[in-house]
Design a protein around this ligand. Structure first.
Ligand code: MG
Length: 163
């Protein structure tokens, strides 16, 4: 069954959000490289790569369902940061926004009794649990250790190992 126009349009919006996420995380990486924290920077570059993969999963799905992808403008992330903690708090907030957006797609799939999309979206529902948990864990660690330079250096080298 061909994908519905409504679902196709909603996924096209989601592709834009995933590509914006990529852009946002590159922006966060810039903040860290500017401040000589290349481990944190590396963490956000890997995060950005994942967002590109999310966008492409949606892209492939739309064409598998015989639909069409329409690209939209990606806005410039205009967030300036004042601390390491504030970056991770913004990242967590952003992932919560993306989760809501995925839930909206699930609702459309339910309304349309689109079983294929429900099955497909299930991967993203689970992925968002992981994304939020990862960011939340680092937010909590930073709340405890943000004033300890040794802790920051340790976390920087730990996050730099992310593959
Ligand atoms: Mg994503």
């Amino acid at each position: 069954m061909k994908i519905s126009k409504k679902m196709q349009n909603a996924i096209n919006e989601q592709i834009n959000k995933e590509l914006y996420s990529e852009y946002l995380y590159i922006n966060m990486a810039c903040y860290f490289f500017d401040n000589n924290l290349s481990g944190f920077g590396n963490f956000f570059l890997k995060q950005a790569e994942e967002e590109r993969e999310h966008a492409m999963k949606f892209f492939k799905y739309v064409y598998e369902r015989r639909g069409s992808v329409k690209l939209k403008e990606i806005k410039k992330p205009d967030i300036s940061f004042n601390s390491i903690l504030s970056v991770f708090e913004k990242a967590l907030e952003h992932e919560e926004y993306v989760t809501k957006s995925i839930y909206e797609l699930v609702n459309i799939a339910r309304e349309e009794k689109d079983e294929a999309s429900l099955e497909f979206l299930n991967w993203f529902v689970k992925e968002q649990v992981e994304e939020e948990a990862n960011m939340d864990q680092i937010v909590n660690m930073l709340k405890m250790g943000k004033d300890n330079p040794n802790f920051i250096m340790l976390l920087d080298s730990k996050l730099g190992e992310r593959k």
